[in-house]
Design a protein around this ligand. Structure first.
Ligand code: KIV
Length: 294
């Protein structure tokens, strides 16, 4: 393996804290969040100077190859979170609590959240949904762990929502999103993600929010935005939602580079002299003699 590449730090390396995040919202400074799932993606997020990094359970699909976020386990998410922690210094690190690891009781929610802080090194955890989940959020916050909420399209329960589709598109549905968001804010969540809701609903709702709102498919009026690392870079070529803007097409470049390498090996062009180690001719001669004698 070659030496780790030198990644230049972004000039703003002050660690992100909950008060700084609230201050950014107050000042109207857009908040940038991106997902990461391992050491190199964390280093990229760090070098790009983002404010928050989410170890999303989207990693179930983007890096672990599951068909949805549902099957990923706590242990798998902990391994991803710990790897991201090792690559991250300044952004706030939020870890997703996976499906089935917090819903059943406040005790379970607290115990799982504590594992993400103690074993994964997360600064905060994220959970999906309102209703009983607001009680879980309140319990985790009371245990001293900051919680980010997530309403609108909640992939862990997408079957109950009728599939991966935008939410809040009728007045009833929009009111449900509004009630859940306010309830989660009152439960003490420090921030909330709104996924796949109409921009006009988000805009109306912003007047009721006092905590930083991070949108993904919620239009331009939220306090910040989040994108999935692999969507943003064009590494993952599964289903791409409408809101997943691609800023690069790395999958093509990756396949091209690996194919180039394969061609060079097959043609005897790699490794070249500059990729090989030398030995002193005297040492080589002596080695030959001693090898003969063995
Ligand atoms: O898992 C994830 O990546 C997420 C973001 C889409 C907010 O929850």
């Amino acid at each position: 393996m070659s030496a780790a590449p030198q990644i230049l730090d972004h000039p703003t390396t002050l660690p992100m804290t909950l008060p700084r995040l609230a201050e950014k919202r107050r000042l109207g400074e857009p908040i940038v969040m991106v997902t990461a799932y391992d050491y190199p993606s964390a280093q990229v997020a760090e070098a790009a100077g983002v404010d928050m990094v989410l170890v999303g359970d989207s990693g179930a699909m983007t890096v672990l190859g599951y068909p949805s976020t549902v099957p990923v386990s706590v242990d798998e998410m902990l391994m991803l979170t710990a790897a991201v922690r090792r690559g991250l210094r300044s952004p706030l690190l939020v870890a997703d609590l996976p499906f089935g690891s917090y819903e059943a009781s406040d005790e379970l929610a607290i115990a799982t959240a504590q594992r993400f802080v103690k074993e994964g090194g997360a600064d905060a955890v994220k959970l999906e949904g309102g209703g009983a989940m607001a009680a879980r959020a309140r319990a985790i916050v009371s245990a001293g762990i900051p919680v980010m909420a997530h309403v609108g399209l909640t992939p862990q329960t997408s079957t109950a929502l009728g599939g991966y589709k935008a939410q809040g598109r009728t007045s009833d549905a929009a009111l449900k999103v509004a009630r859940e968001a306010i309830e989660l804010q009152e439960a003490g969540c420090f921030s909330i993600v709104w996924e796949a809701i109409p921009a006009a609903v988000a805009e109306e709702l912003m007047a009721r929010m006092e905590i930083p709102v991070i949108g993904i498919g919620a239009g331009p009026r939220t306090d910040g935005q989040v994108l999935v690392f692999h969507d943003l870079l064009g590494i993952y070529d599964g289903h791409a939602p409408r809101f997943a803007k691609r800023y690069a097409h790395l999958k093509g470049e990756m396949v091209e580079a690996v194919s180039h390498y394969a061609d060079e090996v097959r043609q005897g062009l790699f490794p070249a002299a500059e990729h090989t180690y030398s030995i002193d001719p005297g040492e080589l001669a002596e080695f030959r003699e001693r090898l003969q004698a063995t």
